[in-house]
Design a protein around this ligand. Structure first.
Ligand code: NAD
Ligand code: MN
Length: 780
């Protein structure tokens, strides 16, 4: 035999990892698992089996939580929270370190158990899931240690309900629990019904670590239990799972005052330019779509390859697919393990079998005769609109198409309702870095894929959800400003029957796309002073006016592309021009509100414009310390078009306090002015007109907040809605936002001190931006 022949005939022998220790741990619980509530395991109750998808064997029986179980878990978390928060950052850090160490000590047991339960290759659970889980606890132990310094003015939210999926059971648990605990929250977590075992082992670890009882509570069960947690008396829901369920949670929590973060699905593009290192790109693709059998929210499941190299690339890819080894997940030489459950495998098969377009290639790899497996599959030649190009398959199935130019690549890449991740492959740094900001995705990997770390924010845009996990931005989702705001009462307009003092009828207009516009409905209402004198007529905007304003805002694409320096100049100019008309605005405010605070309000508004002008080019992104030779850039991007219901009580300052940070960061706004006192806003458009604000960047409407809110909230081209109205529209806004999963910020009937607020408003700047993490590994 020649060496060549030996190489060609050599096969991998089986190299199974021993499951003995994990099976022994399971055997200790052969009478079933209960929940982990208030530091103890409850007695097992009626429930369901948890299986190993590689062979169908029952691993354990789990308890389906009842309403009483969920109630007692929430009560335990509530009872524990105050003391846990008072323990202080350094005190909590000790506990998080202890958890991290125990995760490390029992790493092998966790990895094997995860692989048994989920079917993912032991190589992945051992080298990726478990180390990353440890990393999250270490990283957040540090965040707890530093909290008093770095999160000054912020405190824990309280009790967090956390619901996670089955694809990265322990890792998702860590992403949820570590930051929550670090910031002083307590949690009730529900693992997915297919994969609850590592969460229960983690509960055991919490007990061993001496974590105070009630800080971590784990209840098991299916979606019904998830729903109970969503409805429970918790302060926040953190959910990872399907977009469908995420949307339902957005709807049911609307108006409840609960914080919400959603990490949902994706259909992430994997873009290969003709100047890419094609073999590396093929290897990367193996990682992108066949990691965890493609059951990955950020999987590079949509291949876009430049036309000139497409055939060559597909050929190399098919050859590589044939070499993939599918089989026993405990075998250390296996590339692709089992699909989590027959239900999921059938769903993958149904989607693929339902497709009649393009060309389907299945890997020549042999599948085990028994167990839940699906072959690596490539489908090419699909049209951009075809179902498989648009819908998440969540399995080892890659769909591909070609593009000609970089701009066509951007267009195809962004032609999705999702926006979780994207990979760009090119040896040309200009091409790669030019793509990154143009892709609608929370994470962009340059010449790489699936790079994840606790120090780098992870999360989506569009229907991939909102909120980030990891990094500094991940902490915002588990904290709130310290202090108890006063309740906000509805502010009514004054009524009257006296004509204008000077007999002149003044009818204001709407301000849309840089022009004064008559309201579509043709109606206005009289605005009266406290003593009943007519001050002017304010137009009543309707849904058509909102649509026009949104269209104008969407069209103002030059604004986010403009330099921060230019945006700063415009804001300074606005401040200057407002200042020049201070007296006029002061009188207007005093007349409208019947107070004498007008001068102070104008002064504060001018100051706010200057402050956000200053911030425009100073709210930096940063470079994260990830364990990689390379950089992970945390770039701040504008949210897009923000619709806002402005505060009623501060007719000028409120509007300016919302507009200024939003446009400073490159957003465009549709503002519904103070409902009872709209005339300062209509005067303000004259300031806009003289200050070089490009058409469409700021649009101002007047009218009834209750009537405007639903249209703003449900409009598909509005990316975020904020409400500071004294009309209670929180539920309307949050429920309406579920459609395209827009970002929302509502006051929940709580007042803000607009005057006292020192325009630095980090909260506003954060709400006006989203972090995009761009991973740039160094070459060679
Ligand atoms: P799923 O949404 O059905 O289930 C996720 C979790 O929610 C499970 O624990 C489930 O029991 C629970 N649940 C189900 N219905 C519920 C309801 N009405 N109310 C509350 N909880 C409910 O999703 P899945 O099929 O388990 O997981 C796959 C999906 O998760 C994919 O779409 C994938 O993209 C997504 N995912 C996203 C991320 C991310 O970080 N963005 C990570 C992993 C998975
Ligand atoms: Mn299982």
């Amino acid at each position: 035999m020649t060496v060549k022949e030996i190489f060609e005939t050599m096969d991998y022998g089986p190299a199974p990892e021993s499951a003995a220790e994990a099976l022994a741990w399971l055997a200790e619980h052969s009478d079933g698992f209960g929940h982990f509530i208030d530091g103890r395991f409850t007695k097992p109750g009626a429930g369901f089996d948890s299986r190993n998808p590689a062979n169908g064997n029952v691993l354990a029986t789990l308890t389906q939580a009842t309403q009483a179980d969920v109630d007692s878990a929430v009560a335990a978390a509530r009872a524990a929270q105050g003391k846990w928060a008072q323990l202080g950052g350094p005190g909590r850090a000790r506990h998080l370190y202890a958890l991290a160490r125990l995760l490390q000590k029992h790493a092998r047991l966790f990895a094997v158990l995860e692989t048994l339960d989920n079917g993912k290759p032991i190589r992945e659970s051992r080298d990726i899931d478990v180390p990353l889980a440890q990393r999250h606890f270490y990283y957040h132990a540090g965040m707890a240690q530093l909290m008093e310094k770095t999160q000054a003015g912020r405190e824990a939210l309280g009790v967090c309900g956390q619901i996670i999926p089955w694809n990265f059971p322990l890792l998702m648990l860590s992403w949820k629990i570590a930051p929550a605990l670090a910031m002083g929250n307590t949690v009730v977590l529900k693992p997915a019904e297919y994969t609850s075992l590592t969460a229960l082992l983690f509960a055991d670890i919490c007990r061993q670590a001496g974590l105070p009882k009630g800080v971590v509570n784990i209840v098991t069960g299916d979606g019904d239990v998830g729903r109970m947690i969503v409805d429970a008396d918790v302060d926040k829901i953190a959910f990872t799972g399907s977009t469908e369920v995420g949307r339902a949670i957005r709807e049911t929590t609307a108006g409840s005052g609960k914080s919400l973060t959603l990490e949902l699905g994706g259909k992430s593009p994997y873009i290969v330019f003709e100047d890419a290192d094609l073999d590396s790109a093929v290897e990367g693709l193996v990682d992108a779509i066949w990691f965890n059998g493609g059951q990955v929210c950020c999987a590079g499941s949509r291949l876009l390859v430049q036309e000139g190299v497409a055939e060559d690339f597909y050929r190399r890819l098919r050859r590589r697919m044939d070499g993939l080894r599918v089989g026993d997940p405990l075998d250390k030489c296996i590339d692709i393990g089992a699909i989590v459950d027959p239900v999921q495998r059938d769903s993958i098969a149904r989607m693929v079998d339902g497709n009649t377009e393009g060309e389907t290639y299945r890997s020549a790899a042999t599948l085990p005769a028994k167990g839940c497996y699906y072959p690596p599959t490539l489908i090419t030649g699909l049209s951009p609109a075809s179902t498989l190009m648009q819908d998440e398959i969540f399995g080892p199935v890659l769909v591909g198409t070609t593009f000609r130019t970089p701009s066509e690549a951007v267009e195809l890449a962004n032609n999705t309702r999702y926006g979780l991740a994207a990979s760009v492959w090119s040896e040309n740094i200009n091409v790669a870095l030019d793509m990154a900001p143009k892709l609608v995705a929370g994470v962009v990997w340059i010449n790489g894929t699936n790079m994840l770390d606790a120090a780098a924010g992870f999360g989506g845009m569009r229907e991939s959800g909102f909120g980030r996990e990891g990094g500094w931005e991940g902490l915002t989702a588990y904290t709130k400003p310290i202090g108890k705001p006063k309740p906000l009462t509805k502010i009514e307009a004054f009524t009257g029957d006296k004509g204008p003092e000077d007999g002149i009828d003044r009818t204001a207009k709407l301000y849309i796309g840089g022009k004064q516009a008559r309201p579509d409905g043709g109606y206005s209402r009289g605005v009266y002073s406290k003593s009943g004198t007519l001050l002017g007529q304010a137009p009543i905007a309707n849904r058509k006016d909102i649509r026009n304003a949104v269209e104008a805002a969407q069209a103002a694409k030059g604004w986010p592309a403009a330099t921060a320096h230019l945006r700063a100049q415009v804001l300074y100019y606005l401040g200057e021009n407002l200042s020049a008309r201070a007296e006029e605005f002061t009188n207007r405010l005093n007349q409208m509100t019947g107070t004498r605070t007008g001068a102070k309000e104008v002064d504060a508004a001018v100051d706010r414009l200057f402050t956000y002008a200053a911030w425009a080019d100073k709210l930096d992104g940063d470079v994260r310390s990830v364990p990689l030779r390379g950089v992970a850039l945390a770039m701040r991007e504008p949210v897009g078009v923000i619709g806002a219901l402005c505060p009623d009580e501060a007719p000028l300052l409120g509007l300016v306090s919302i507009m200024a940070p939003a446009i400073a960061m490159g957003n465009r706004v549709v503002l519904a002015a103070s409902d009872p006192f709209p005339l300062a806003a209509t005067d303000f458009y004259q300031v806009l007109e003289t200050s070089d604000v490009p058409a469409g960047v700021v649009n101002i409407l007047t009218g009834n907040h209750a009537e405007l809110a639903p249209t703003l909230a449900t409009h598909a081209d509005v990316n975020a809605v904020w409400s500071f109205s004294s009309t209670d529209v929180a539920a309307t806004v949050e429920r309406g936002a579920a459609g395209n999963l827009k970002r929302t910020w509502v006051n929940n009937r709580q007042s803000r001190d607009w005057m006292g607020e020192k325009g630095e408003g980090q909260t506003f700047l954060d709400a006006a931006t989203e972090i995009k993490t761009v991973w740039v590994p160094y070459g060679a």
